[in-house]
Design a protein around this ligand. Structure first.
Ligand code: ADP
Length: 384
């Protein structure tokens, strides 16, 4: 198939910032794009060829959207997978495949997949209702601390709670969940693996993620991770093993914990561009977004080598602000060396909503991290 300047159509389910950055690369290759999102004001709206408003979880909406494109991809996992499975049967190329998405949508299935494929992960139990958790605590078969994760529809730390005492369970919903042992990790790492239809593989350098203590959301991504060569190799091996188990097409972002004994445990995976790869736009030969497009169109994968050290700072809404957004002091950070802001185009800010990110590149990654701290102190996402 000739993707370049033909009548080929690429469909993207989801119109958020990941989709918007994917569209920039699609535009570079002059690929015709269609996007489906629930919101009339989705960030993708301004940069695709055709924009459709509809529910990503609705069978008919996803099915008829998919019928109109040649290759269909996602920028969010919460989509109707039955529609994707049928589209696949009818000849639409769905990448990542419906099967991969189905496994990843449910954390119980995802954890069982790791066990079945001999992939290292924290030990866990499955609970259908909250009552069962309370019973296990009473019978002392479950002890504090542990980590509660809703089996479905968790995103950006919203479906995760570190439970240290009974009262931490009070506000949790009564839904199917995974209870994981609490891992006292040294570090959180991530590796993005790209795999095309021919099975060609490429990994991006290992990154380190620093979390916001309260929001349980990534605050800084640091590339390369400040770890030994040996640990980096181990993380890369685990990510590649996960990639060959899934046999996905497109990207697979593998989030991992580095334990106190330098063991690697997979936390979770995402079969799409990921927050831990945003810095690649400025700091690597090929960005994760271009690589995803190369992989799903079965083109040769690009070099993942880094040009410089890169640090990414997420720009999230300040705690006490809700409403029309303002990026206070954005001009000031643009005076700083190697600093590039990305604004996603969401009109309204809310506490901790991801509104943009800033990349800092520098030959010396510790200098980039220092500038990232200054960026974080300076710019503020507030409401009017
Ligand atoms: P989400 O799907 O919302 O991104 P994650 O499963 O990645 O949720 O969890 C969010 C964060 O919670 C992790 O990045 C980590 O900081 C913390 N966390 C998750 N699982 C564990 C665990 N088993 N032990 C310790 N901390 C954990």
């Amino acid at each position: 198939m000739n993707y370049f300047s033909s009548n080929f159509k690429l469909g993207i389910l989801g119109g958020g910032q990941l989709g918007k950055m994917l569209l920039n690369e699609a535009r570079k290759f002059d690929i015709y794009t269609c996007v489906l999102d629930a919101s009339e004001e989705a960030p993708c709206k301004i940069s695709c060829n055709e924009f459709f408003v509809g529910d990503l979880m609705d069978y008919d909406t996803v099915y008829y959207f998919g019928k109109n494109v040649d290759v269909l991809t996602i920028e969010i996992e919460n989509v109707n997978v039955d529609a994707l499975a049928n589209l696949e049967k009818e000849g639409v190329k769905v990448y990542p495949q419906a099967n991969t998405i189905r496994t990843i949508q449910n954390k119980v299935k995802q954890k069982l997949f790791y066990i079945d494929n001999n992939l290292p992960t924290a030990s866990f139990s499955r609970f259908a209702y909250k009552d069962e958790i309370l019973t296990a605590i009473r019978h002392e078969t479950l002890n504090f601390p542990f980590v509660w994760k809703s089996a479905q529809f968790g995103y950006d730390g919203m479906g995760v709670k570190i439970v240290k005492s009974r009262s931490d369970l009070d506000n949790l919903p009564n839904v199917e969940s995974v209870i994981e042992e609490f891992v006292p990790f040294k570090n959180e790492l991530a590796v993005i693996v790209a795999r095309n239809e021919d099975g060609e593989l490429a990994t991006f350098p290992v990154v380190e993620m620093e979390f916001h203590p309260e929001a349980n959301q990534v605050e800084y991504v640091i590339c390369p991770a400040r770890i030994s060569e040996e640990v980096a190799k181990k993380a890369e091996r685990v990510a590649l093993k996960a990639s060959s188990a899934f046999k996905h097409v497109g990207l697979l972002a593998v989030e991992m914990f580095l334990t106190e004994n330098d063991e690697i445990l997979i936390n979770e995976v995402a079969p799409r561009p990921h927050n831990s790869g945003h810095h690649t736009i400025e700091s690597n030969y090929t960005s994760q977004f271009e690589q995803h497009i190369r992989a799903i169109l079965n083109l040769p994968l690009g070099s993942t080598e880094k040009k410089a050290g890169g640090v990414m700072v997420n720009l999230v809404g300040e705690e006490d602000h809700t409403g029309d957004v303002i990026y206070k002091n954005i001009g000031k950070i643009m005076h700083m060396k190697g600093v590039t802001p990305h604004i996603y185009g969401k009109k309204q800010t809310r506490p901790f909503r991801k509104m943009g990110h800033v990349t800092i590149i520098n030959q010396d990654v510790s200098q980039a991290r220092k500038i990232a701290g200054d960026v974080k102190q300076t710019i503020q996402v507030i409401s009017e």
